[in-house]
Design a protein around this ligand. Structure first.
Ligand code: VGL
Ligand code: ZN
Length: 199
C-alpha cells in the first residue's frame, strides 16, 4: 500500500551473534524481515551509527561497565559495549538482509554526546531525526516495524511513531530482545498502552 512503510530497525552485524552487542537470536530476524521487505512498497532502514568514543559506550566512562547506567543531561542512559562504530564491519547490515529496495536509511546515534534509540527522536525525546517529516511528506500514515532490539530501538521507535500520529504495528517474529532488568516486559506494556499493535 502506498500509505504504508516498513521500518527495519538496526539489523546490523554488531547486534547479531558474535557481534559486539549480540542480541540472542538476532540473525533469526533476517529471513522474516526479507519476506516483509518483499511485501512493502516503501522500506526504510535504520542504522545505529556511533562515532568512536560515543557517550553511550561504557568505555567512555571510567569505572563503568557495560549494562550499568549513567545520568546524562537528558536522563538515565544505559551503557553499552562499543558497538556500531561508523564505517566498521559491525555497523554494516547483516550480509543476508535484502535491503537494496530500501528508499531511505536513517542513521542515528551519530552525535557523540547523545544516544538515539528511536528512529524518530534522539534520547532527549526532542531532537528529531527527520523521519516524521519524510514519512508525512510522502503521504505515509501507517508504519510496520521489525528488527533489533525489541525492547530498545524497536520499542522506542514504535512509541515515537504513535506520538507522531502514525499507526504502528510491530511484527514480533521479526524482532529479538536484549531484555535487561525486565526491559522487555516494561517496553511491551508501554507499547500496548500507546496503541501499538503487536502482531
Ligand atoms: C540498540 C542499544 C544500543 C538497539 C542500539 O538497536 O536496540 N540498543 N544501541
Ligand atoms: Zn547504539
Amino acid at each position: 500500500m502506498a500509505n504504508e512503510a516498513l521500518i527495519v530497525i538496526d539489523v546490523q552485524n554488531d547486534f547479531c551473534p558474535d557481534g559486539a552487542l549480540a542480541v540472542a537470536g538476532g540473525d533469526q530476524v533476517v529471513p522474516v524481515i526479507n519476506a516483509l521487505i518483499g511485501r512493502f512498497e516503501h522500506v526504510v532502514l535504520t542504522q545505529d551509527w556511533h562515532p568512536a568514543g560515543h557517550s553511550s559506550f561504557a568505555s567512555s566512562h571510567p569505572g563503568k561497565a557495560p549494562f550499568e547506567t549513567v545520568e546524562m543531561a537528558y536522563g538515565t542512559q544505559t551503557l553499552w559495549p562499543d558497538h556500531c562504530v561508523q564505517g566498521t564491519a559491525g555497523a554494516a547490515f547483516h550480509p543476508e538482509l535484502e535491503w537494496t529496495s530500501a528508499e531511505m536509511i536513517i542513521r542515528k546515534g551519530f552525535r557523540k554526546a547523545i544516544d538515539s534509540y528511536s528512529a524518530f527522536f534522539e534520547n532527549d525525546h526532542e531532537t528529531p531525526t527527520g523521519l516524521s517529516g519524510y514519512l508525512r511528506e510522502r503521504g505515509i500514515s501507517r508504519v510496520t516495524l521489525a528488527g533489533l532490539a525489541t525492547d530498545f530501538c524497536v520499542a522506542y521507535s514504535a512509541l515515537d511513531a504513535r506520538r507522531q500520529g502514525f499507526d504502528a504495528t510491530v511484527i514480533l517474529e521479526g524482532c529479538r530482545a536484549i531484555d535487561l532488568g525486565g526491559s522487555l516486559a516494561t517496553m511491551t506494556a508501554k507499547m500496548k498502552e500507546a496503541g501499538v499493535t503487536l502482531s
